[in-house]
Design a protein around this ligand. Structure first.
Ligand SMILES: C[S@@+](CC[C@H](N)C(=O)[O-])C[C@H]1O[C@@H](n2cnc3c(N)ncnc32)[C@H](O)[C@@H]1O
Length: 176
């Protein structure tokens, strides 16, 4: 299923396979029970996250502004057999995330790049100490420098930049 989506990724801006594997591994490694994704597209990265959540018994809430993509993501979750692990929230995530409650174990940002700073401001307070904020496209397309500075200099965060040979992933630990 993931191979099939990978072969037909054109137009969906999915994470590269290495970033998908990283999402699965980190979800499982921290024993995530509640994961929030901003930017579902057709559900590719969410399915990787769900592979980790199968091992932890957790759940994913993913957000998508485009109704067609949200419907496609739901269909792909059914095809992958993970529909019971995911809730898809349709609409502008800058608004819809206001309904979220913590604690969030892992937050994955992969939607409108200029919006990352707003998502961080709204959702970092809900991420538990010891939780992770993952931010996609820290290399390309070019990230918002204000966001990069925020995750690199916030004293509450310890940030690494991984897989920078491709799109690039920011991995920030919310310190205990
Ligand atoms: C890079 S794609 C996500 C790819 C997905 N994470 C994956 O790897 O399979 C970004 C998605 O964010 C969605 N998006 C953009 N702005 C948004 C917003 N304000 N609220 C919710 N979704 C948004 C787009 O419609 C698009 O489907």
């Amino acid at each position: 299923m993931l191979d099939d989506l990978d072969r037909n990724r054109r137009g969906f801006a999915n994470v590269p396979v290495e970033d998908g594997r990283l999402l699965r591994l980190l979800t499982e490694a921290i024993g995530a029970k509640k994961v929030v994704e901003i930017g579902a597209s057709n559900g590719y990265s969410a399915i990787w996250i769900c592979l980790g959540l199968r091992a932890t018994g957790g759940r994913l809430i993913t957000h998508e502004i485009d109704a067609e993509r949200a419907a496609l993501a739901k269909a792909n979750f059914r095809r992958a057999g993970v529909e019971g692990l995911v809730t898809v929230v349709e609409g502008d995530a800058h608004e819809t995330v206001k309904g979220l409650e913590g604690p969030i174990d892992l937050l994955f940002l992969d939607a409108d790049k200029p919006g990352y700073l707003d998502y961080l401001g709204k959702l970092l307070p809900l991420v538990r100490p010891g939780g992770l904020v993952l931010a996609h496209n820290m290399r390309r397309p070019e990230p918002d420098p204000r966001f990069v500075e925020a995750i690199a200099t916030n004293p509450d965060l310890e940030t690494l930049f991984l897989n920078m040979g491709e799109a690039g992933m920011g991995v920030s630990l919310k310190k205990r």
